[in-house]
Design a binder for this molecule. Structure first.
Ligand SMILES: Nc1ncnc2c1ncn2[C@@H]1O[C@H](COP(=O)(O)OP(=O)(O)OP(=O)(O)O)[C@@H](O)[C@H]1O
Ligand SMILES: [Mg+2]
Length: 417
């Protein structure tokens, strides 16, 4: 449980850091892309301005032939694709590396053959004395820029698993450091409860023994035993309370080693029904076993017996004479569901989730009269959770209640529909 808590905290840290990393990397890559684009555009504009004066109009068409001759003679390399279009947008001349043969500003792409070509492109109209002669366009390949962006994305992705693992480790360590004092506090409280329960046993045993002697004396003198009966009842409750506290601390203590083994559900349930049958008859309540699967669960037999016993004694306690208690089971692929139902007084909806809390009783006066301390269902919950299972309740006031505990099976089973 505690380990799982640490793992959960570590995963939480990891997801936050990875989320921030993705956010940060995304923003940086976006800004890098924007910067590179702006840089390219600036260079293209400069190139346009540089070439603009060299454009000649020959026979009504723009031309850069003499400029190209000069460049070639000077053995200069043309840095970008330079294109000339006529007024109708038809490509007339192209110099430098091949570009995308289309007029356009900003991003342009084409697929000459199977090769993808992406460029940034800028153009301007060639106008002389108010007449449009054509367009001068410069283009530069986006490959370098795209490669830089791709590398930045790869780098961000590559870092992710290492960053994730590192943060998970640090998160786990941090969670351990942070949780240790809390765990120690919980452990201390558990030990205190267990010790207090143990310590109560001795005075309770002394009271019981003294009470017996006192009862004998009273009997010899033919005196009323009302007072000793009251003390005996209170002592019995105190003893039960002490034993419940010790038991609860034992079940909840992750350090306490208790024997675990395979347990046959049918035997366990039938044995208990045998114990509770006479008690039910005494109260004129029918105890019925419905379908009981003979499944195998793994756990501690004493704990499971005590858990079911608490459910049955609640059923008996909170059901009036003439009522009925039924036990049935149901198999799911991984769990054995045990249902304990009664036709008793039921639990109001607002108390349904709280009945599993320690010392919680729906109607304090009513339950105390019936002798309960409010620990029975906390024990049920603790045992079920220690076995990796769950407990739930459905109830209707004056109609009855059904408690369902799901205990993991020792192995998966095929359930017939
Ligand atoms: N089968 C039931 N029908 C109606 N109410 C129930 C039933 N089981 C439990 N409750 C209610 O839930 C409360 C908590 O039950 P829980 O078993 O924890 O305590 P308890 O029976 O009062 O005392 P303890 O079991 O410690 O002797 C009870 O006080 C009772 O009000
Ligand atoms: Mg109870």
């Amino acid at each position: 449980m505690q380990k799982w808590m640490r793992v959960k905290l570590a995963l939480f840290f990891m997801s936050i850091v990875l989320f921030l990393h993705v956010l940060g990397a995304g923003t940086s890559i976006f800004l890098l892309d924007k910067g590179l684009r702006e840089n390219m555009d600036r260079s293209l504009m400069e190139l346009l301005a540089e070439i603009r004066p060299s454009v000649q109009i020959i026979e009504g068409r723009p031309s850069l032939k003499s400029w190209a001759e000069t460049v070639k003679r000077g053995k200069l390399k043309i840095p970008a694709s330079i294109q000339l279009y006529d007024a109708g947008g038809r490509l007339l001349e192209e110099y430098g590396p091949p570009g995308v043969p289309r007029l356009g500003n900003g991003r342009l792409e084409s697929y000459p053959g199977a090769v993808e070509s992406r460029v940034r492109s800028w153009n301007e109209s060639i106008v002389r004395q108010g007449v449009l002669f054509g367009h001068l366009q410069v283009q530069d390949s986006s490959r370098q820029k795209n490669n830089a962006i791709k590398q930045a994305i790869y780098a961000a992705l590559l870092v992710m698993p290492f960053l994730g693992a590192l943060v998970a480790l640090i998160g786990y360590w941090f969670a351990s450091v942070a949780l240790t004092p809390i765990e120690e506090g919980v452990q201390l409280m558990r030990r205190f409860v267990a010790d207090a329960g143990h310590e109560l046993n001795t005075p309770v045993a002394i009271i019981s023994a003294s009470l017996e002697t006192l009862e004998e004396v009273l009997r010899e003198h033919n005196l009323s035993q009302d007072l000793t009966d009251t003390i005996a009842k209170a002592t019995a409750r105190m003893s039960e309370l002490a034993s419940d506290l010790v038991f609860l601390a034992r079940v909840e203590d992750p350090m306490s080693a208790y024997p675990i083994g395979p347990i046959k559900s049918k035997g366990l349930i039938e044995d208990l029904a045998g114990v509770y049958d006479p008690l039910a008859s005494q109260k004129n309540i029918r105890l019925k076993l419905l379908h009981i699967d003979d499944a195998e669960v793994v756990g501690n037999a004493e704990f499971l017996r005590r858990m079911l016993s608490n459910l049955l004694s609640n059923g008996l306690r909170y059901t009036d004479p003439g009522g009925e208690i039924t036990i049935s089971t149901e198999l799911t692929p991984r769990y054995l569901d045990i249902h304990v139902s009664d036709t008793g007084m039921g639990i109001p909806p607002e108390s349904l989730q709280r009945v599993f809390d320690r010392f919680y009783r729906v109607d304090k006066a009513r339950s105390r009269l019936a002798g309960g301390a409010g620990l029975g269902l906390s024990i049920v919950k603790a045992v079920v959770e220690a076995h990796g299972g769950k407990v739930s309740v459905a109830s209707e006031v004056d109609r009855g209640s059904t408690f369902t505990v799901s205990i993991p099976l020792s192995r998966r089973v095929q359930v017939m529909p």
